[in-house]
Design a protein around this ligand. Structure first.
Ligand code: CP
Length: 314
């Protein structure tokens, strides 16, 4: 595996899930594997889980992780080819990515979408510029359209809570929010869930249809209560409109999951990638209750990252 930027295949997905669970059982299993190697964790946007879990994962492999908060501590980057840099940008991505590539064995990058330029975002332009110019294996720490480390951790968590001989019913439901939120987590969760052979139902208000490149094969059900019936795993996430790009079309609080919403899904476990806005996107009673897997998902981010770094190290 050279890069880790998206779902590649069911075989690789299964291998990474199994490896993550092996590292969870014994974090020091491959303590010498990354000795003398460095991973650069480059953040163009804020993070709590991704930053810390990737650092711990590297440490568990004997690697050094160096974090650069490029949005706050780096030079303002120019992304456009052939730009005359006579405005605010100080350093071209070609130069910055090339330099970072020469410092590290693996580069891990977070680059959110603008949510204003759909073409640039769906082509993952900023993230792609790093991949193009750094010349080293790249791990996505969340790009404009995907968050594969989150999805891998989510699937490790689902495996821990799945029954051996029964296919779970997996539902992803939109939850309300006051900000325009990217599509990356929802896209990736759908891509991984379908790719790993699960059936997936997606429910959201009309107008919130995701990019079909990520949802082909899923069942779309606009009636949330019908979608939630008999669910085993309910993944809650907000996203802004894809068709009316980056817009908030609804803040309808009746979509926020409470125990009442899950009356017909007695055993449903509820998932969210965090951070979550409590009592807006998801209720306290769900987040603090027995159904919630959110802390487990966050913990599993360590072992997902460890599996990915280990696989790239070879
Ligand atoms: N879920 C997730 O990626 O969290 P952070 O944004 O805090 O890294």
């Amino acid at each position: 595996m050279k890069h880790f930027t998206k779902f590649e295949s069911r075989e690789l997905g299964q291998e990474l899930i199994d490896l993550a669970l092996a590292y969870k059982a014994k974090p020091s299993l491959d303590l010498a594997k990354g000795r003398g190697k460095r991973v650069g964790c480059i953040f163009l946007n804020p993070s709590l889980r991704t930053r810390v879990s990737t650092q711990i994962a590297a440490q568990n492999l004997g690697m050094e992780a160096i974090v650069l908060n490029m949005d706050k501590e780096g030079w303002a980057l120019e992304m456009k080819e052939g730009a005359v840099m006579n405005k605010g940008t100080v350093e071209h991505i070609k130069d910055a990515a090339g330099v970072l590539g020469s410092y590290f064995d693996i580069l891990a990058i977070r680059a959110f979408p603008s949510l204003t330029n759909r073409d640039e975002d769906i082509n993952d332009f900023v993230f792609g510029q790093f991949v193009k110019y750094c010349g080293k294996p790249v791990v996505s720490l969340e790009s404009a359209i995907r968050h594969p480390l989150q999805s891998l951790a989510d699937h490790v968590t689902m495996k821990e809570f799945s029954e051996e001989k029964r296919k779970p019913k997996v539902v992803m439901t939109w939850g309300p929010h006051i900000k325009a939120i990217p599509h990356a987590v929802a896209n990736s969760f759908s891509e991984w869930t379908l790719g790993m052979g699960h059936e997936l139902t997606i429910t959201h208000p009309e107008g919130y249809e995701l990019d079909e490149n990520f949802t082909k094969g899923a069942t779309l059900e606009y009636n949330q209560s019908k979608a939630l019936e008999d669910a085993d795993f309910v993944y809650v996430k907000n996203w802004s409109s894809f068709n009316d790009y980056g817009k908030i079309l609804s803040t309808d609080q009746t979509w926020m999951l409470t125990e009442k919403h899950l009356k017909k899904a007695k055993n449903a476990k509820v998932m969210h990638c965090l951070p979550v806005r409590r009592n807006l996107e998801l209720s306290d009673e769900i987040l603090d209750g027995a159904r919630s897997l959110v802390q487990r998902q966050a913990e599993n981010r360590i072992y997902a990252a460890q599996a990915v770094l280990s696989k790239i190290l070879g």
